[in-house]
Design a protein around this ligand. Sequence first.
Ligand SMILES: [Zn+2]
Length: 438
Amino acid sequence: MAPELQHTVGKAAGFSGTSLHTGEKVTLKLHPAPVDHGIKFKRKDLQDEPTIDAKIDNLKTVERATTIGEGSVRVHTVEHVLSALSAMGVDNAVIEMDANEPPIGDGSARPYVEVIKKAGIVAQETPRTFLDVREPMHIEGKSGAFLILLPDETFRISCTQAGPNNRFTQYLSTEITPAVFEREIAPARTFVYYEDVQPLMDKNLIKGGSLENAVVVRGDAVLSKEPLRFPDEFVRHKILDIIGDLALLGQRIRGHVVAVKPGHAVNAELARALSREGTRRAAVATPRTGPIGDGALDADQIMEILPHRYPFLMVDRILGFEGKTKVTGVKSVSIGEPFFQGHFPGHPVMPGVLQVEAMAQVASVLLFKLAETSSRIGYFMSADDVKFRKPVFPGDTLFVYAELTKTRGNRLAKAKCHCVVNDAIVSEAELMFTFVDK
Ligand SMILES: [Zn+2]
């Protein structure tokens, strides 16, 4: 069977509307993007038009809606447009906007489906990647919310929605295909409980909110401009939100999501857990042999690039590069390492900071290769999300992976790194570098 290909939109297309929180006019425009680009938001209203990756690592808040951001730049209420792109099969696109929030439309994903169809969906030359669920996963949230993910050949969601005192309890189970989404899920509108929105309305926090873009539940009454589109419209909208939040994984899922009283927080938690699982698998799947030749660098070649020397050279060999953004290095940890003398006598473990140093050196080799110059050197500026998961002992072989996630001009670069010993991640960090002339 031919592999499923990645898709983007055929041409630019957009629409305008009101943003929910500020009530101002906003125009959203979809643009085609190359393979492996993923979905990115572009803030056309800001200087330099910054982009934000629709990735779980950029998740900022999950109250009422899902907000992502990078640095000080934010995009709010991303879940409906992401849901439509994901379910309609668009893997790569730029979502350009002239405000910090997409137009809310009628509170459903229908306007986004329409704009995607207007732009057209075209196949690209590279296969899609999937995250296959291999064993059950389980996320528990607040106030009785939980999600279970089970292995399945397709992407399917079974959802139970329940309101206060179990009013409006609804259940729906369906496979998510573009046709099902367009017909059964996309038209389902946002719904809110009157007691939840009243304080926000009083504080003027939802200026664009109205009965035209949300269904309001007050007691047993359902208030909306247009009658309910489905008797079980609420659970359908919950499914819409799950798809949108899980789209932050940046990869298609083959699995069955069983959701009870889901919300953005628990949805995002599942996306995070899946992202970690994806990283772990990628690390474990990489070959553990040490080729010499094509793409590989031996110690002498590494020392032509890095100024580090014994006892501070923390990489013995570069096993290879993948494209322009990934590199794998290896460090054999021997009992002869000077640091074992004092760390600790009688109980030798490799200091975590030296694993971070190994990551920084391996990432530097990649940056050097990109810059194609040896007249400048990358300085390590910061390390975020550093985690030491398992001790590293003499005799271990440390596989060091670095992936470039961001470059700004030729001054700044960010890399996600992790070290693996015996198929388990022992440490991870996100490193930032700046370049200076030697
Ligand atoms: Zn929603």
